[in-house]
Design a protein around this ligand. Structure first.
Ligand SMILES: [Zn+2]
Length: 425
């Protein structure tokens, strides 16, 4: 633990405390610069070793960004950014690197400069690097927005075509995502080309402008969004399947929360309301039966298939258990149910040998010298250990099935309870 008394800072002197805070901020920037140097060096060493081993150029460096991510306790997506950042700074942006090293730039502001110059060729990128950071005095007092805006303006002056081309290419990144919000709400976000995004927003506003039924502007816009996308009035319950995990106590009137995998905990009363709607829907009942009705022992844990593909019910069960991609720090939505020991190596298609992964992590796992195996931690929860090519190991333990349930609570029991009492709702 950091020894506050032994730190040399006069703990009763406010000015000294503020100075200490600033010095530590500079130390973080210096550490970020050193981390970037080590990252770029790792990429060089790996690249050379793979080239020497005769690996084709297109396959070199596979999985490296994910290794950087694990080493930094960060998501694989951020790992790509960290690796690109390090290589850009070390190979093409010496002044930005120096500014980071001196503490004149934070890691995030240096990342903004790398991002805004990414569309330029090396010569232009070096010119931007020098113009922004050769004189670090000019960086003082500039916030994130100003740094990014100035870099963008310089990039546009140096090569307008590259900036426009990038804007066109960015359209391919359009997407919709969802994440939990407080108070039983969610944020539904869309990343859209600017004109299309503005026109969606304008259409919602128009609806709000012409509506005078006492709802607020925001409420009308949100309700209109729901109605236009689902094709149903906002107040009518949705017929689509929403997976819900809860204990028998919650189902029969208890107050413990239920869980919507991938979204988060839901209050008991709302969960029971969802079930009341669902049991009137034949398709939902069929899904419940598929999950739980099993001839023979009925032990879900042993559920296994002869197929090399995970049957839908088994994949669902693994999805309930894992909730999100099982790679540490990833948090992405599960897209694949993956054999932990590959089917090609006689890995069974079973509950213990399956885990839920996002697309990128499933791909990374297949990189040379990556190993994943099931292990035990004594918590009773499904645990895997991933070993990367450098021999570093990372544990991934499935989350507790219900919020607030004991960490060693067997999730299978909670799922079986749901099976036993569907008629009680
Ligand atoms: Zn993932």
């Amino acid at each position: 633990m950091f020894d506050l008394v032994g730190s040399g800072v006069d703990l009763s002197d406010e000015a000294a405390l503020v100075t200490g805070i600033t010095e530590l901020e500079r130390a973080k920037s210096r550490a970020a610069a050193l981390q970037a140097r080590l990252t770029a060096q790792l990429a060089t060493v790996r690249h050379d070793a793979e080239a020497a081993a005769g690996l084709p150029a297109a396959r070199r460096g596979r999985g490296l960004a994910a290794e950087v991510a694990l080493a930094r306790y960060d998501s694989p997506h951020s790992g790509n950014r960290h690796l690109g950042f390090a290589q850009a700074l070390i190979n093409e942006m010496p002044h930005t690197l120096a500014a980071l090293e001196s503490g004149a730039l934070s890691e995030w502001r240096a990342t903004l400069l790398v991002r805004e110059s990414a569309c330029l060729d090396v010569a232009d990128r070096r010119a931007l690097d020098a113009e922004m950071c050769a004189d670090v005095a000019g960086l003082a007092g500039r916030g994130n927005k100003r740094i990014a805006a100035e870099a963008k303006a310089i990039a546009y002056r140096l090569d307008p075509h590259a900036v426009v081309d990038r804007a066109v290419r960015a359209e391919k990144d359009r997407r919709v995502s969802i994440r939990p919000a407080p108070d039983n709400m969610v944020y539904l976000s869309a990343l859209l080309p600017m004109v299309k995004g503005v026109s969606v927003y304008a259409a919602l506003r128009r609806e709000a402008d012409s509506c005078g039924d006492g709802r607020s502007r925001g409420q009308v816009m949100a309700d209109t969004l729901i109605e236009r996308i689902t094709g149903r009035p906002a107040e009518v319950p949705e017929p689509i399947a929403v997976s819900l995990v809860l204990s028998d106590d919650t189902l029969t009137g208890g107050t413990g929360p239920a869980l919507i995998p991938g979204v988060g905990p839901v209050p008991a009363t709302i969960a029971r309301g969802l079930i009341t709607n669902a049991v009137t829907d034949p398709a939902s009942r069929a899904t419940l039966r598929n999950l739980y009705a099993r001839p023979g022992s009925g032990a879900l844990v042993a559920m296994q298939s002869r197929s090399r593909l995970f049957p839908k019910a088994l994949a669902m069960l693994i999805g309930f258990r894992d909730q999100q991609c099982r790679t540490p720090y990833c948090d992405a939505e599960i897209r694949h149910t993956d054999h932990i020991r590959p089917a090609a190596d006689d890995g069974p298609t079973s509950y213990p040998n399956g885990d839920g992964l996002c697309e990128a992590c499933n791909y990374n796992k297949q990189a040379p010298r990556w190993r994943v195996r099931v292990t035990t931690t004594g918590t009773g929860r499904h645990t895997t250990v991933t070993t990367t090519p450098t021999g570093h190991s990372y544990l991934s333990t499935a989350p507790p099935i219900l919020p607030g349930s004991p960490p060693d609570g067997p999730m299978e029991a909670a799922l079986r309870n749901l099976l036993r009492k569907p008629a009680a709702a």
